[in-house]
Design a protein around this ligand. Structure first.
Ligand SMILES: Cc1cc2nc3c(=O)[nH]c(=O)nc-3n(C[C@H](O)[C@H](O)[C@H](O)COP(=O)(O)OP(=O)(O)OC[C@H]3O[C@@H](n4cnc5c(N)ncnc54)[C@H](O)[C@@H]3O)c2cc1C
Length: 395
């Protein structure tokens, strides 16, 4: 059987490795001049490929993902990589290659693609396809190719510089296959605040809340980082999936806030009457937050704590525990890690990712309308879908 896979990202590479055997000719087509470009950028160059806490709850369309996770969970992925010769390590619940280098993952996958005899065509862009009887005729910028099974593993729109720029969806749309609206997800948020330049680079560990019309929409914990345009960090990337313009991001300015925090703050108010406001704050927050707090509240940083009335102190506590910033946008597809939206799941069977409309056509990985949280969930789905489909082809 002849199999063509469009896109040499993690889903396409793994599908190719699993599908290739003595009966199957597998051609992996990549429009870049090299394969796995985006993979090298993942996890800050460390490639966080799965998570010890893997659940359908971590995905936008958990029902569709369930069969994939039931058949290929985090242990299966770790063991699959072990079988290929790649050892894993963890940082919290996040799983990485033991080298903490994304290029190790790519090198291992390239070794197996080559040793199994997968034919790789780089600098080749698939433009369209035709179905002629039981065969596909695939048109590329170089030449036309024929196959029995056609796999779309061409990703979506995030990080267009990696090759996944969303243009490939038209190949399917031309055949009447529905693609949902696409939005950047797992991206930094732009905030409306005159203090951003000053706060840029300041980090705090805590829970960020996404608030709309006074209601909490979502809340996530972890490292929060101010930038000169807004805010970043894993919890923000997760919140960005649902964030809209004019929503509010609420964060603490004190690290690891716990239930005793108010007691601690109010007792300090009485213990240190001779401290200036600045001295009071310096023992509890990053120095850069002090200017923001006193300026935003119109206080004098040199005035003594004893000169503050309790209402002013309540306002300080409020900012320390729930600083609010208005969202004015996100940093777009260019900086997003994943795309919300893709090939409509109504078009695809969840047991083997086959098209319901066109026989022998398959869609895997991020091209589908599935996105996961930050933490290894997106690579897990890309790899797992490639594995399951490739295994089906090799029997
Ligand atoms: C900066 C960054 C960091 C990330 N970090 C993580 C992380 O640590 N953990 C995690 O789980 N996820 C992470 N992700 C998300 C993860 O990389 C993607 O979910 C995953 O790569 C999707 O795999 P894929 O194979 O479906 O598609 P892609 O990796 O997007 O690969 C698709 C390939 O198809 C090619 N292609 C497109 N159109 C055509 C065409 N017409 N003809 C030929 N080839 C074509 C593209 O050039 C590309 O190489 C990160 C993403 C980014 C951008």
């Amino acid at each position: 059987m002849n199999i063509i896979i469009i896109g040499a990202g993690p889903s396409g590479m793994v599908a190719a490795i699993k599908a290739k055997n003595e009966n199957n000719r597998v051609i992996l087509i990549e429009k870049n001049d090299r394969i796995g470009k985006k993979l090298l950028a993942t996890g800050n160059g460390r490639c966080n490929y799965t998570n010890l806490k893997l659940s359908t709850k971590n995905y936008s369309n958990g029902n569709f993902v369930k069969e994939t996770l039931d058949e290929f969970n985090n242990d299966d992925l770790i063991n699959f990589f072990k079988f290929l010769g790649l050892e894993s390590t963890t940082d919290g619940d996040r799983v990485y290659p033991i080298t903490l280098k994304a290029n190790t993952v790519l090198n291992i996958l390239m070794y197996w693609l080559e040793s199994k005899g997968v034919e790789i065509m780089t600098s080749t862009e698939v433009k369209s396809f035709e179905k002629i009887k039981n065969k596909f005729l695939v048109h590329t910028n170089n030449k036309d190719l024929e196959c029995d099974k056609l796999v779309c593993a061409f990703g979506a729109s995030s990080m267009p510089a990696s090759g996944s720029d969303g243009t490939a969806f038209k190949i399917l749309k031309e055949h009447g296959i529905k693609v949902t609206d696409l939005y950047p997800a797992l991206t930094q948020l732009k905030l409306d605040s005159k203090y951003l330049k000053h706060l840029s680079g300041t980090k705090v560990i805590g829970e960020a809340k996404l608030i709309r019309d006074g209601k909490i929409i979502d809340r996530r914990r972890g490292d929060l980082l101010f930038t000169n345009y807004g805010i970043s960090g894993p919890p923000i990337l997760d919140l960005s999936v649902n964030a809209r313009k004019n929503d509010i991001i609420e964060i603490p300015l004190i690290n690891n806030v716990d239930k005793n925090i108010k007691e601690m703050l109010y007792s300090r108010f009485y213990i240190f009457p001779d401290f200036s406001v600045k001295d009071f704050l310096i023992g509890i927050v990053d120095k850069k937050f002090i200017h923001y707090i006193v300026d935003a509240l119109g206080l004098d940083k040199n005035s003594a704590m004893s000169a503050l009335n309790i209402k002013d102190f309540d306002r300080i506590v409020d900012l320390l525990l729930q600083s609010k910033f208005k969202v004015i946008g996100n940093t777009g597809f260019k900086n997003s890690q994943v795309t919300r939206g893709g090939v409509s799941l109504d078009e695809v069977n969840s047991f083997d990712y086959s098209s319901k409309k066109i026989k022998d056509l398959y869609i895997i990985g991020e091209a589908l309308d599935i996105d996961g949280d930050c933490g290894g969930y997106n690579l897990h789905f890309a790899i797992a879908s490639g594995y399951r489909l490739g295994a089906k082809f090799s029997g």
